[in-house]
Structures are given as C-alpha cells and as structure tokens.
Design a protein around this ligand. Structure first.
Ligand SMILES: [Mg+2]
Length: 261
C-alpha cells in the first residue's frame, strides 16, 4: 500500500513543466528521472481535461500517480485514461439549461459550440480542441452580458452550488473544488514526508503556498507574479531559467537539499 512516501512533486503544466512555446518538456527529463529513481511521486495539476492530461501523463511516465484536472474540479486516478463519470458536467449543463433564457443566452460554453468554434475561441488544433471539449467536471465559456446580468447569472448558479472562476479568457463553472483541495486530498491518501509545488501563474499561487516548498517558474511571456510572503523565508523560491529548464534545476536542487535518496 502506498500509504507513505518520501516526496510528492505537484506541478502545473503550461509554462511550468511544459515549455510555453514548444510544448516540450525535454529539458526537465533529468529531474523527472531523479524523481522516479528516489521513488517520489509526480502529480500533474492543470486546467486540462482528463483525456488531455492522460496522454501527457503517459508521455512523462507518471501514470502511477493521480493527476489534478480541470483546475482542480476533478482528479484522474492512476493507470486509467478516463475519469469515472460521476455526472458533474451533466449536472452543470442541466443547471445552465434551467436558467432564464435571457441570462442563459449570455454564456457560450464549450458544450454549446462545435469543435471548430473551440478552435477559433482557443487557438488549439482541432484534435486538441476535441480533447478540451471532452469535459467531466467544469464548463468554461465566454460571457457576453453586462456586469449586472453577470451578478444575476452567478447568483442563480450559486443557488445550485455552482461557482465560477474568471480566468484570463474564460469564465469556468464548477462545483467549487480547486487545485489545493485536490492536493490536500492526495496528501491525505499518500502522506508524503515532503511536498514541492511548481507553477508560473496566479492560479498556481495557492498550491505554491500550500506545499512545504514552492517554486515560481520564470515565464518571460507574462508579467512576473507579485512577491509572495513565504519568499522572505525562502520557503518559496523563483527560478532564473524559464519553463522545463528552470523546473529541472529547481527539482534536482530541492531533492538534494532535502537529502532524499
Ligand atoms: Mg501555467
């Protein structure tokens, strides 16, 4: 039983383990190999859907660990390529369908449009857009109504337990769990002696703060994150190199510092 382990590394993908431009993680291979060599865990945590993450998880070779999908709205269990269908996505779609037509018409969700329109909305390839549309726990969409209508929309959803997170582009509806909630559940299950979290964006901050050691990965494509309080004590650090190269150096250094063999 995997009830105790030495270390779990929780990581964001885009701009963190995966290069922002090339979508490759080659530069992080030495640290990934080290994680495996010391029998530590590697948990991917991203806004991606289960079919998107399962493919990457197999490439990275950490399919023996759960992955946090759809920004923490759900978890992909180890060794499977699909999540058990507990009906969250269908429930959100049904709650949307029952809203007053005028409010409903202001929200254009991934489930309302064709894959070709997802390609237009996101810039993803048609194949990637189809995977992004294969959702289990949350519904991203574009809001086209007024701020007053948005308040009414959010209040109506809240009555059914649905909450919304505004990202850079999409308003994402879910039953409210986030990356940190799932991280805490995984820690309860595996009881790691140490945890490391790595991320590059505002939606990673809570995960970085929750870990024993947080690493902000440099991303020259976006404004740097504000100074976080745990940086003063060194509990959270920043990399100089961007993406997987920074990830590689930070993980190798921390495993050495922690004396994990
Ligand atoms: Mg990112």
């Amino acid at each position: 039983m995997n009830s105790q382990c030495n270390l779990i590394v929780f990581t964001d993908l885009d701009g963190t383990l995966i290069d922002h431009h090339s979508y490759r993680f080659t530069a992080a291979l030495p640290a990934i190999a080290r994680i495996k060599a010391v029998s530590a865990g590697l948990v991917l945590a991203s806004s991606k859907t289960a079919p998107e993450i399962s493919r990457l998880r197999a490439e990275i070779g950490c399919e023996d660990w759960p992955a946090i999908v759809e920004n923490g709205a759900g978890v992909l269990p180890p060794f499977v390529d699909a999540v058990p269908d507990d009906g969250d996505y269908r429930s959100i779609r049904n709650i949307l369908a029952a809203l007053p037509a005028q409010l409903r018409s202001c929200f254009r969700g991934f489930g309302d449009v064709s894959t070709a329109e997802i390609v237009e909305m996101t810039g993803l390839s048609p194949e990637a857009a189809a995977l992004a549309q294969t959702r289990s726990f949350s519904e991203p969409g574009l809001w086209s109504g007024s701020a007053v209508e948005l308040d009414r929309f959010l209040a109506a959803l809240a009555e059914h337990g649905v909450s919304a997170q505004q990202g850079g582009r999409f308003l994402t509806l879910s039953f409210g769990t986030n990356k940190v909630d799932q991280m805490a559940k995984i820690n309860e299950t595996y009881r790691p002696a140490h945890t490391i979290a790595l991320g590059d964006a505002p939606n990673d901050i809570a995960m970085l703060e929750h870990a024993d050691h947080g690493v902000i990965i440099a991303n020259p494509s976006r404004p740097p994150l504000p100074e976080l309080e745990p940086e003063a004590s060194g509990r959270i650090t920043r990399t100089l190199e961007a993406g997987p190269a920074g990830w590689n150096t930070a993980v190798l250094d921390l495993i050495t510092q922690l004396g994990i063999k």
